[in-house]
Write a protein that binds this ligand. Structure first.
Ligand SMILES: [Zn+2]
Length: 671
């Protein structure tokens, strides 16, 4: 496409303002802008025409009053709903902990209430401090790397000390219904990211100072702590240099994993063999015959560094991780930790927040949240909407004459098999053995909870992956398509403006409808096309003819989106955002097909759709996100998509020369 569209006027005006507030606007972004003055002065929101910038026309006034808070990178509709949901979750916990009711041992309420009571009553730093110190003595007395790893595993399981590599048991995306052993890429150590330390001396120094302070907390003198921390940073830098940062940012989060057999893994961990890997997975034997790894080079480097001459540095790292994970118990006994915000008084709000952010309670809180906020009325309305969307997709796919007959049949089958996982799938069963997690004291209870979480995760090895279980907390403002051909919709995303059972059909379709339509659309994006009608990995599922037809259409669309820019000069990466743009485009076509020529409801749909992805971003984030986020910026998600919609042109009287105008031959279509 020849014409370059500009997505600037509104977003950059806001972004520059908020960027200045946060002090993080890169000068280059302003100076090299083609029309800096014009671009950055659009504050007269009434002058924005729907025909030129529909997104700005709908959202400008509201967004001007909601710049990102200090320190935040972005703010928008999702964040607004999220803030409301957080209050609801905290309210839920409050109700439980202030109630006089006797809860059944092992129930969600029983655990929450007891953990809260213990947290509030905790005031003994001394005992925990001496416990951590004696663990550090133990670390220091270790004589070999192998021994250190054994101790590390124990401290990881019970005390939350992060490990050099990240062992997880998760859904196997390549074998339907199974779990897989994954070794994810490590992002960094001791709360400092590899990418940061590689990019700046300042970050290295701050990592060094951080580790030094952790060591000083267990009574190393400053000089010794400083020199030990320096050595550990050198080790971290070595690993950082061998880290493939693009693997961490891949648009397809699981295609980045490669399967490594047991034998191959012995080669990667040549210094310690696979026993070190098995150790962290709590295994004597790997029943899957291997592991999925995300960054082989990083693991090879870790292995290379796991030699006796680096033993002291690994000890420093383990001590730092151990102190970090237990900082909340140590503060008053350790001066060097005071600046890390530890030792907050155990007051009501701190304790409630602690429970809300503990992953152990996700299922419990999900079930409680759904019970309270997910109504039968919403359930019926959302289920009806899902079926409406399915029917519309059925029509679109049936009418896609560029597919072969077999291809069309296959896609329709996949659509029919698609399952919706709604909030009522969130369950928390009362399990009497969970009552035993409540120990004598708060720190002991937290150890028991950590151990239980670890054991539960490891316990999935060899188990069947339940395809009907929700894969995220239902109090998360989100929805998701899983390649196993399920769409999860949370209760939290059923808030206005996304959804209200009493709202008009067009309004609900513009919010939650567009979101569900988007997730369903992922079932047919380039990545999920490798999964057959049953959600099983089968890359040869579709014929080459159909696949090539998809690729051809996708390429045109990639070019179309790449022409959009942020801050005048930074182009959207059409290739990287391809899957998400495809989903957005499909969702729009699906909904317009439902509303046909009902202009009243279509108008409500367009308007609420624009609200759904309303956001402001600080400049630096707006630029970074082009690389780190597989979604297009909110403004592009609205304007670029609607510029392809015939009914949009008709309703808003879009003409050649308008900002929203795109010549018919340049438009793209999903179906
Ligand atoms: Zn998506």
């Amino acid at each position: 496409m020849k014409k370059t569209k500009r997505i600037i006027s509104f977003i950059s005006a806001l972004a520059v303002m908020s960027g200045m507030l946060c002090g993080c606007t890169p000068d280059s972004a302003k100076e090299t802008s083609a029309e800096p003055a014009a671009a950055h002065q659009v504050l007269d929101v009434s002058a924005i025409r729907a025909q030129d910038d529909f997104y700005g026309y709908i959202n400008a006034e509201h967004l001007l009053g909601t710049l990102p808070a200090y320190g935040e990178m972005t703010w928008g509709t999702f964040e607004e709903v999220d803030a409301q949901t957080v209050q609801e979750v905290l309210g839920l916990i409050s109700e439980i902990v202030t109630s006089e009711e006797e809860y059944e041992p092992g129930s969600a309420e029983y655990l929450i209430k007891n953990v809260y009571d213990q947290a509030m009553a905790f005031d003994d730093n001394k005992a925990v401090y001496s416990e951590i110190r004696s663990l550090c003595d133990k670390i220091n007395s270790v004589g070999s790397i192998g021994e250190l790893m054994e101790l590390w595993k124990k401290l990881y399981r019970s005390y939350g000390a992060n490990t050099p590599f990240v062992p997880t048991v998760r859904q196997n995306y390549f074998k339907s219904g199974e779990f897989a052993l994954l070794i994810d890429q490590s992002k960094g150590m001791c709360g400092n990211s590899y990418e940061d330390i590689l990019g700046s001396d300042e970050a290295c120094i701050s990592m060094k100072n951080y580790m030094r302070d952790m060591l000083m907390a267990i009574s190393y003198d400053k000089d010794t702590a400083d020199s030990k921390a320096k050595q550990a940073v050198y080790l971290a830098l070595e690993i950082a240099r061998s880290t493939d940062f693009s693997a961490g940012k891949a648009a397809n989060p699981f295609a980045a994993f490669e399967f490594v057999s047991e034998e191959d893994m012995n080669g990667i961990f040549s210094n310690l063999d696979t026993s070190v890997v098995k150790l962290f997975f709590g295994l004597d034997e790997n029943t899957y015959g291997g592991w999925y790894v995300k960054d082989r080079g990083q693991l090879e480097k870790m292995n290379e560094m796991m030699t006796e001459e680096n033993l002291e540095s690994w000890k420093t790292i383990l001590i730092s991780e151990l102190v970090t994970a237990n900082m909340e118990f140590l503060s008053t006994e350790a001066d060097s930790l005071s600046e890390y915000g530890s030792g907050e008084e155990k007051e009501y709000s701190v304790c409630v927040n602690t429970i809300a952010s503990n992953l152990f309670f996700v299922n419990d809180l999900s079930a409680l949240y759904a019970e309270k906020y997910y109504t039968a009325e919403a359930d019926a309305a959302v289920r009806e909407m899902c079926e409406q969307l399915r029917q519309s997709y059925r029509e679109l796919i049936s009418g896609a004459d560029w597919l072969t007959e077999d291809g069309r049949k296959a896609l329709l089958k996949k659509l029919d098999n698609m399952r919706f996982i709604l909030p009522d799938a969130a369950v928390s069963e009362t399990d009497p053995t969970r009552a035993e997690l409540i120990k004598e004291s708060y720190p002991q209870t937290l150890h028991a909870i950590r151990e239980r979480s670890y054991d539960d995760n490891i316990g999935n090895i060899g188990a069947k992956f339940d395809m009907t279980r929700p894969i995220m907390a239902t109090y998360e403002v989100n929805a998701n398509y899983n390649p196993n051909n399920t769409v999860t919709i949370t209760a939290a995303i059923m808030h206005a403006p996304f959804f209200d059972p009493k709202a008009d059909i067009g309004t609900n379709l513009g919010g939650l409808g567009a979101i569900i339509g988007h997730e369903m659309g992922h079932g047919f994006d380039t990545m999920c096309m490798d999964y057959n009608e049953n959600g099983e990995y089968a890359p040869d599922w579709l014929s080459d003819t159909d696949r090539n037809a998809f690729v051809e259409r996708a390429e045109k669309m990639q070019g179309y989106f790449s022409d959009y820019t942020v801050l005048d000069i930074y182009h959207v990466d059409g290739k990287k955002t391809s899957g998400e743009n495809y989903a957005d485009l499909g969702s729009m076509e699906c909904i317009v097909n439902i509303l046909k020529d009902d202009k009243v409801e279509l108008k409500k749909y367009f308007e609420n759709y624009a609200v759904t992805y309303a956001e402001t971003r600080v400049d630096s984030y707006a630029i970074d996100a082009l690389e780190s986020d597989e979604h297009s910026p909110g403004k592009v998600r609205i304007n670029a998509v609607l510029s392809n919609c015939e009914m949009f042109y008709e309703i808003y009287n879009i003409k050649e020369g308008d900002g929203m105008y795109c010549a018919p031959e340049e438009r793209v279509s999903r179906w």
